[in-house]
Design a protein around this ligand. Sequence first.
Ligand SMILES: [Ca+2]
Ligand SMILES: [Ca+2]
Ligand SMILES: [Ca+2]
Ligand SMILES: [Ca+2]
Length: 332
Amino acid sequence: MAKFFYALHISLFFAAVFAKSVEDGNKSRGKLSEQEHYDKEGQHNSEYDHEAFLGKQKKTFDQLTLEESKERLGKIVDKIDKDKDAKVTKEELGEWIKFTRDQYNEETIDKKWKDVIARLQKVMSRKDASSARTVDPDGAISWEDYNEVSYGGQSEEEIDDTYKGQVKREKRRWKMADLDQDGKLSREEFSAFYHPWDHEQTHDAVVQETIEDMDKDKDGVISLREYLKEVQPKDEKDMTEEELVQKRVDEEYFRTNRDKNKDGVMDKDEVKEWMFPSNYDAIKSEVTHLIYHADNDKDKLLTKEEILNNHKYFVGSKATNYGKDLTRHEEF
Ligand SMILES: [Ca+2]
Ligand SMILES: [Ca+2]
Ligand SMILES: [Ca+2]
Ligand SMILES: [Ca+2]
C-alpha cells in the first residue's frame, strides 16, 4: 500500500509543481515531459525536447554513443516522414509527438491500473470465501474498491486527519472522472482520475485543488497577495534586487493578464485559464520550437540532413550526458 500511496503523492506533487511553474508563459499546459522546458533563469533544457520527441525511449538514447544515437534518429525520421517525400512537415512532426505522448501516457496508466487491480484482488482474496470475488481487469472499480486498496476501507470519519484532505480531493476527482456516472471507474475513466490535467472532465478538479492550496484566507478566490506568495514564497525583506524587480513584474502580470475581469482577485474561471490556457497547444508549440532550431534553409520543412545536423535538439546520447556530468563535477 505504501508504494501506491507514494505514487499518488507523486501525482499530487506534480500537480503542485505544475501549479507553481506556469508563470513562464503558460508553457506547462499539457506539458510533454516531466521536466521543465526552461529553468527559472530562462535557460533552455533540451531534456524536455528529448522526452517530448522520444518518450520512454529517451533513456535508451541517453546510453548510446553519438553515432548510434544519430543512426537511430535517422530511422525515426523515416517513420515520421509518412508520405516519404524526404521532407518532414510540421503536421508530420506534430503527429509523431502526439503519438509519443499518447504512448507514454498509455503505458503509465496501464501499469497503474494493473497495480490497482492486483491489489484489489489481494484484498478480496483475504476475505472469507463467501464474500470474495474475482476482480475483472477489464471491468470497472467502485470508489469503495479504491478506498479499500488505498485507505484500508476506512470511512471518511475514521481516516487519519493527515489523509482527510487527500481523500476529499480524490473523491471529488473520482466523481468528475466518472464520465458515465455509474459510480465506477473504467480503465479509461481511471486515466482521467490519475492524470487529471490531461483530461478535460477533470480540469475543474485541478482548478479546485490549486485554489485550495493557494487560498490562505479561505474566501474561495485568489488575491494578489495569495498569488504572489505562490509565485515567490520569500518575504520581501529576504528578496534580492532581481527578485524584487520580478515581484513588480508578477504584480503587473496579475493585474493585466490573470485578473481578466479586473475585480482584483482570480476566481475559478480565471484560475482555469491560468492552468489550462485556451490559446496554448503544447504540441504545436513544441513543433514550432523544433522547426525553428533545425530548419537551416528556412523553408519550413525538415530534411533528414537538417534533423541529423541538429540532433541535439531531438535526442541525447552518452556524449551529451558525459558533458553534463563534467559540469556537475565542476560545480562540486
Ligand atoms: Ca464510470
Ligand atoms: Ca483568498
Ligand atoms: Ca477577477
Ligand atoms: Ca528545411
